[in-house]
Design a protein around this ligand. Structure first.
Ligand code: LLP
Length: 391
């Protein structure tokens, strides 16, 4: 929800821009921190969701670690001030350079995604006379019941080591003095709203932890990944239900006294804290369709074009007639200016009758929004505005 002051401020700015509500971000982070600390769970923020420094600084301040998936993210996490012993590095295709840089930085742990990667990390660590801490990312074949493009934990997905490769991993770990096995890692998908999925994951984690312990490995870290979804239909001030989420893991994971449970949350921490604010360039009323053409496109927010993702679209124009109860409701296809038919934020969206220069907010864009922006069509860098500027 935007205040009159916010909207008056927006009206004077060049569009499009991402607006970050740092107050909501702080409340969300606190809620997560409080709910996780009840069980002494550790949270690493999945930086891929949003690596804008204003967001990262706030997350680092609350004491979370950083879950990185590239050398660039590892570097940025350390620059922003995340303690190196809270930086984990996952990713199915880590290059030798990325592994070497992470070894030089003495990060906490590599989440290893293939048998071959284990061998490579051992060789590179040996050359540096270092011991790399590793967790094995296991593909548990648990269905996340989410969009197919953001499911990661099924046998047909590229991520992690499959269960049948477990003996090969154990064999390499046994003969690799430059690897220190610390635990197991899972991540089954994103935007998960069905909590039963996490119960199923816990059952699999218990089985895999037992397998490693039976084979003589001490499993100290149980990293269950991230994936907690947000309510895209109700963006106003929504904070995810972290209490229920963490309780599932407390109820269903078998945690030994020497074990730590780690989480890698991205979307749930940052998703609701931003909106993409855009201006209406043109309105086209057709025989079959009405179009609103925005100055923001898939270059600023890729999710609808890529996954047909839903984001709530609101006309926040200050003009009273637009948002008055009497104003006519019209169905519009809300599209961007990019030369692609998939450059569409929503079809048949019901909005008050809308005019050139009205302000449109596309909500819940804090996660996988700004970070997935591109320069396609030689578009300019997307602008950022934070709530701090409006105080
Ligand atoms: N850990 C690993 C290993 C991951 O691959 C991911 C996300 C996360 C944690 C954080 O997941 P989250 O808590 O944010 O769901 N671009 C897509 C989402 C891709 C997620 C990739 N991995 C989207 O816009 O929906």
């Amino acid at each position: 929800m935007f205040s009159d002051k916010d909207i008056a401020h927006f009206s004077n700015l060049e569009t499009p821009f991402y607006y970050y509500d740092l107050n909501l971000l702080e409340r969300t982070l606190k809620a997560c921190e409080e709910a996780s600390s009840v069980y002494k769970f550790h949270v690493h923020y999945a930086m891929k969701a949003n690596f804008n420094p204003i967001v990262l600084k706030q997350i680092e301040k609350i004491g979370f670690g950083a879950d990185c998936v590239s050398g660039g993210e590892v570097k940025k996490a350390i620059e922003v001030g995340f303690s190196k012993d809270k930086v984990v590095f996952a990713g199915v295709g880590k290059s030798d350079k990325e592994i070497n840089d992470a070894l030089d930085n003495d990060i906490f742990c590599f989440n290893v995604e293939s048998v071959q990667e284990l061998q490579v990390i051992n060789e590179l660590a040996e050359a540096k006379q270092k011991v790399a801490k590793v967790a094995i990312r296991i593909n548990p074949n648990v269905d996340a019941h989410t969009h197919a493009n953001i499911t990661t934990g099924l046998d047909e997905n590229k991520f992690g080591v499959n269960s049948w490769d477990m003996p090969a991993c154990a064999a390499i770990l046994n003969i690799s003095p430059n690897l220190e096995f610390v635990g197991i890692h899972f991540h089954i998908g994103s935007q998960i709203t069905n909590m039963d999925v996490y119960k199923n994951l816990c059952i699999r984690v218990n089985e895999f932890a037992a397998w490693f312990e039976d084979h003589g490995f001490k499993v100290t870290i149980l990293n269950v990944g991230g994936g907690l979804g947000i309510d895209y239909h109700n963006p106003n001030g929504q904070i995810p239900d972290f209490k229920s989420y963490f309780k599932i893991f407390s109820d269903f994971l078998e945690v030994k006294p020497y074990q730590e449970v780690h989480f890698e949350l991205g979307r749930a921490l940052v998703g609701q804290s931003a909106s993409l604010i855009s201006k209406v360039l043109y309105v086209k009323n057709g025989k079959k369709k009405n179009f609103i053409i925005l100055d923001a496109g898939m270059t600023e927010l890729m999710r609808p074009a890529l996954y047909q993702a839903y984001h709530k679209i609101e006309n926040i124009s200050p003009k009273s007639e637009v948002n008055s109860p009497e104003s006519a409701i019209v169905k519009y296809d809300v599209v961007g200016p990019i030369c692609e038919s998939t450059d569409c934020f929503g079809k048949e969206v019901e909005l008050p009758e809308t005019f050139r220069n009205d302000l449109i907010a596309i909500r819940s864009t804090g996660a996988y929004g700004e970070v997935m922006a591109s320069h396609y069509n030689l578009r300019e860098n997307v602008q950022i505005v934070s709530s701090e500027e409006i105080k």
